[in-house]
Design a protein around this ligand. Structure first.
Ligand SMILES: C[S@@+](CC[C@H](N)C(=O)[O-])C[C@H]1O[C@@H](n2cnc3c(N)ncnc32)[C@H](O)[C@@H]1O
Length: 434
């Protein structure tokens, strides 16, 4: 791929140039200064600069209402709140929904004080012997993934969180996210790899759950304080006196209805066949009791871009014709070499077509849908995903208003895929107008 020229910017400019390539010099302070800091290893999350740009460009001061149908860790919705906007989120993953709920819930000063007292109570009881009354999470081969002394400590933390909060409410939710934030580091699995796996060559020395829990709690607590301060300050002094409200309105981006029309949707859907979110978030979901292994199998089938096609996979050769030449020819070519991949690509675009239709219906006349996605290279076949989605949008009446791209710089925040080693990884941004 030839890259014409990269423009380096601290933030995307309001008047981005059609087809230009930007590189955003990530300002860490803006990334970690608020609740974006919670569980910052959420797989394939995007940098907040992208939704921040879209919201300030496409929503005027009087406009309200943002939707992110693949909300993941809630980046879009947090950015919306910071600009005083209400929002709706949808995600198929239960952990993603809890994370979004917690990240978009500022605490009043009374709640912050109650939280601090709760944490202190847990700290005081952590070394005391407590009879364990809750069950182990249903993790197959649990002792392969976690040392036994670590399992005991995790269970005790979980039990104390429940005991000190009654097992519900905003403090319980927040502390559950803190617990999720330590799971990978205290497991035997590699810290950095998206899918949990145990390296035999470099065995890991896991963190101590007690020390690490309180350390992560302090980090998140600072972020929560800062986020709450920003939100309440903005709403007290600005024209709008109400704290922005984020609603989680569904679990499937292919099938949802909103109770009112919105002006803007901003999202980054999964890439095709690239990332097994279910496996990478398995321990968090199971430890928090948000799902059991059977639920996870079912959830995987509902994922856009999934390899586990379920019923649809039985028909090994999904033969949809999309009437989009670049897509139809890519599927045709793939089918020659790898019919399973051809079916995965077909299912991905069928699903995204449903999503485009739903978002179209949810938008106001003249509303905007901003999609961030990278192109894919599958078995040597190039899939220009962004251009295909723009063409597909036309079927519903969307018009492509703008497209440009940015260099994925922070590999830690966004697991890059698609190109081959050596290629610069790009995400494409398409702006569709209803
Ligand atoms: C690229 S990630 C989004 C990351 C998000 N922009 C962030 O910053 O955290 C894609 C998300 O789509 C979700 N997803 C996959 N299939 C879905 C479906 N059918 N409905 C809703 N969400 C889905 C995944 O769980 C994942 O969280």
């Amino acid at each position: 791929m030839q890259l014409a020229e990269i423009t380096y910017v601290p933030e995307l400019p309001n008047d981005v140039i059609q087809d230009a390539t930007y590189e955003i010099a990530a300002n860490k302070a803006l990334v970690v200064g608020n609740s974006h800091r919670f569980f910052n290893k959420y797989p394939a999350k995007y940098i907040p600069h992208i939704p921040r740009w879209a919201i300030s460009k496409y929503l005027g001061p009087e406009d309200d209402g943002i939707l992110d149908p693949f909300c993941g860790s809630g980046t879009t919705l947090v950015e919306g709140m910071l600009q005083g906007k209400n929002g709706y989120g949808i995600d198929v993953d239960p952990f993603a929904r809890l994370l979004t709920k917690v990240k978009t819930r500022p605490f009043s000063s009374v709640e912050l004080r109650t939280l601090d007292r709760t944490v202190l109570a847990i700290r005081n009881r952590i070394e005391q012997s407590v009879p364990i009354t809750i069950e182990l999470p249903p993790i197959p081969d649990i002792t392969k993934w976690f040392r036994e002394d670590i399992i005991d400590k995790l269970i005790k933390i979980k039990q104390l969180i429940i005991a000190e909060t009654g097992g519900e409410g905003v403090i319980f939710d927040y502390l559950s996210i803190v617990l999720a934030g330590i799971i990978r580091k205290v497991s035997n699995a590699e810290n950095g790899s998206p899918k949990p796996y145990i390296s035999t060559r470099f065995p890991k020395d896991p963190q101590d759950p007690y020390l690490y829990f309180f350390k992560i709690q302090e980090l998140y607590r600072e972020a929560l304080g800062q986020f709450s301060h920003e939100i309440f300050n903005q709403t007290n002094f600005g024209l709008q006196r109400v704290v922005p409200d984020i609603k989680l309105v569904g679990t499937d981006a292919r099938d949802f209805v909103l109770d009112k029309k919105i002006k803007l949707a901003v999202t980054s859907p999964p890439y095709i066949n690239a990332f097994d979110y279910v496996r990478s978030l398995k321990f968090e979901n199971l430890w928090l009791g948000l799902a059991d292994p059977d639920d996870l199998l079912e959830i995987r089938r509902q994922h856009v871009g999934t390899e586990s096609l379920g019923e649809r996979g039985r028909n090994d050769n999904l033969t949809e014709v999309f009437n989009i030449p670049s897509l139809d020819s890519a599927i045709y070519e793939l089918r020659e070499s790898d019919s399973k991949r051809a079916s995965i690509v077909t299912a991905f675009f069928e699903d995204m077509r449903k999503n485009l239709g739903r978002v179209y219906n949810a938008l106001d006349d003249n509303g905007t849908y901003v999609i961030v996605i990278g192109d894919s290279l599958i078995r040597g076949v190039e899939i220009p995903t962004a251009d295909i989605l723009a063409s597909m949008g036309n079927e519903f009446g969307f018009k492509l208003e703008l497209k440009f791209q940015y260099v994925i710089r922070d590999r830690y925040l966004h697991i890059p895929r698609g190109g081959k080693g050596g290629l610069i990884k790009l995400d494409r941004i398409i702006v569709l107008r209803k």
